[in-house]
Design a protein around this ligand. Structure first.
Ligand code: IPE
Ligand code: IPE
Ligand code: MG
Length: 248
């Protein structure tokens, strides 16, 4: 480390999760319909997925549609579903070539059948890819996910497959959509809001949070690398003192 340079505390994050917010305002500012912003947002998705793969991130989670987003006007919801389908169709070859595996977080049953069919196809055709996992959070809500996990655990206890006296954090983690994956190290939210909006409530318990005013369509490779750079300089203490962490 050179004198005066800020100290790097962390390696590149294993798991980065992003709340891709601000598409609508980006479009409104340009006097264009909200869907114009969502379309521009797809280009950011492509660039961020590619960059994440390049820098060696293991898991990238993108919050694309929340359980609450079902309450938006029908026109916007169906426009988003159409965009999602065409994104998946157009990206399949690139994902396979870049060794990126698609995984879905959320209640897929609520998605239109044509979107589900494409999702199934992309998940199947990328299932042996190991370079990076791309988690798309679709019709995803953190509370809904936890309810699902609790129900499944209760069922297993009732059937005698698990003993509720010994239930621990690992069992909860193991019954979430992210089972088997590392927890997010870095959680980014674009668009200027400072909230989680029901995203990865359990998994993000020790994630480093990074909020930026930049709206998602303007969040590209350089902005992503800036967020990663900020992360590298953060000291993660996990409840310990700074001296304990640095061993000084
Ligand atoms: C995020 O952008 C994309 C989705 C939630 C699908 P928004 O559509 O929420 O954009 P703003 O927050 O209205 O600007
Ligand atoms: C969060 O953004 C969900 C996604 C980015 C998919 P929202 O725009 O839906 O969040 P709120 O409503 O401002 O909390
Ligand atoms: Mg928003």
């Amino acid at each position: 480390m050179s004198v005066g340079a800020p100290e790097q505390h962390n390696p590149v994050p294993r798991h980065v999760a992003i709340i891709m917010d601000g598409n609508g305002r980006w479009a409104e500012q340009r006097h264009r319909p909200r869907l114009f912003g969502h379309k521009a947002g797809v280009d950011s998705v492509r660039e961020i997925v590619e960059t994440a793969r390049e820098i060696g991130i293991e898991v990238l989670t993108l919050y694309a549609f929340s359980t609450e987003n079902w309450g938006r006007p029908t026109f916007e919801v169906s426009g988003l579903m159409t965009l999602l389908k065409s994104y998946l169709q157009s990206e399949l070859r690139t994902m396979v070539r870049n060794d990126v595996r698609l995984h879905c977080l959320g209640d897929q049953d609520r998605l239109p059948e044509d979107v589900r069919a494409v999702l199934r196809q992309v998940i199947a055709e990328t299932s042996s890819c190991r370079g990076m996992t791309l988690n798309l959070a679709l019709s995803y809500g953190g509370r809904c996910e936890l309810v699902g996990a609790v129900r499944e655990l209760a069922r297993k206890c009732q059937q005698g497959l698990l003993d509720w006296n010994t239930l621990a954090e690992a069992e909860i983690s193991g019954h979430l959509f992210t089972a088997g994956q590392p927890d997010p190290d870095l959680l980014i939210r674009t668009g200027g809001e400072h909230r989680l909006s029901n995203f990865l409530l359990w998994q993000a318990s020790y994630a480093e949070l990074y909020f930026t005013e930049i709206r998602w369509p303007d969040f590209r490779k350089q902005q992503f690398l800036d967020a990663i750079q900020t992360f590298l300089l953060r000291q993660r203490r996990f409840g310990q003192t700074g001296a304990q962490v640095t061993g000084e």
